[in-house]
Design a protein around this ligand. Structure first.
Ligand code: ATP
Length: 261
């Protein structure tokens, strides 16, 4: 990442705000900071926040770029604000957003896993668990992940990029809670197709990185997902059936596509 970009972010934030780059995706750069956006001078070494910044894309027309950055930053902020009001859904708290400069501040989630297994996202957690892949702990975590997705979709939201890196595990009372992050492609949608595609994307992510255990893992995720719909009686079961049927169709389409190439 260019020094120029880091400098631009630092200048925009004000030089008192120390930032550390942790990720650079196609869409955004993500930093950790100890400074709170409204109290930048009261840095507390124990508190951490995430700054997600969407830099201007030089290849786009400046007016279109501005409009897109504003739209995407606003959309991600809005969806996070709405989701945090829904009982049981775990997402990072939105602390501040500056849609014109493409910047959002979020609660920092997660910890470093033991034995240098990396940051506590689902991907690293499953790698860490390969020695005992079918443990009660792994089952519990995957059922919780499924419940989070179930809650999200029951409330007619879709994630849009449900990978194992976008599920963060947070230690709570001696166990793990699952949180969903990165709603850059999230949407409010009651379309069965969007929901089935979300499930398919996660299933593929698990198959590609943890192929030996993927059947069981995906089964546990779907167990948690179904539990949420089953809480809602007949109408829940009807919706669940629609989604699982469509999920089958999406899988079939995926298989055909990979056969044809
Ligand atoms: N609230 C958070 N708490 C802790 N880490 C976070 C948080 N938000 C983002 N991260 C870290 O930053 C990485 C990138 O964030 P995010 O996925 O939101 O950005 P992105 O640019 O859309 O990424 P990508 O293009 O790789 O999907 C995450 O995988 C995660 O490691």
């Amino acid at each position: 990442m260019s020094k120029e970009l880091i400098e631009r972010v630092s200048n925009y934030l004000n030089n008192n705000v120390q930032i550390e780059l942790i990720s650079q995706g196609a869409e955004a750069v993500v930093f950790i900071t100890h400074s709170h956006p409204y109290l930048p001078n009261a840095s507390d070494d124990k508190e951490q926040y995430i700054i997600k910044y969407r830099p201007a894309k030089k290849y786009r027309h400046p007016a279109i770029d501005k409009a897109l950055t504003k739209h995407r930053t606003l959309s991600e902020s809005r969806i996070l604000a709405k989701l945090s009001q829904i009982d049981g859904i775990n997402v990072p708290k939105l602390i501040a957003c500056d849609v014109y400069n493409g910047c959002i501040w979020l609660e920092f989630l997660g910890v470093d896993l033991p034995n240098q297994c990396g940051f506590s996202n689902l991907k690293n957690f499953l790698w860490m668990s390969v020695a005992d892949p079918y443990s009660q702990l792994v089952e519990d975590v995957l059922i919780k992940v499924g419940r989070q997705i179930g809650l999200l979709q029951w409330n007619d939201y879709c994630h849009g990029d449900l990978t194992t890196s976008n599920i963060v595990l947070v230690p709570e009372n001696g166990t793990w809670s699952a949180f969903l992050i990165d709603f850059g492609l999230g949407s409010s949608s009651n379309l069965v197709e969007d929901k089935a595609v979300d499930l398919y994307v996660l299933e593929r992510a698990i198959i590609s990185t943890h192929s030996s255990f993927a059947d069981k893992y995906n089964q546990w995720i779907m167990q948690g997902f179904s539990q949420i719909y089953e809480l809602h009686g007949k109408s829940g079961l009807k919706k669940l059936k629609e989604i699982t049927r469509r999920f089958e169709d999406v899988r079939l389409r995926g298989r055909k596509r990979s056969m044809i190439g």
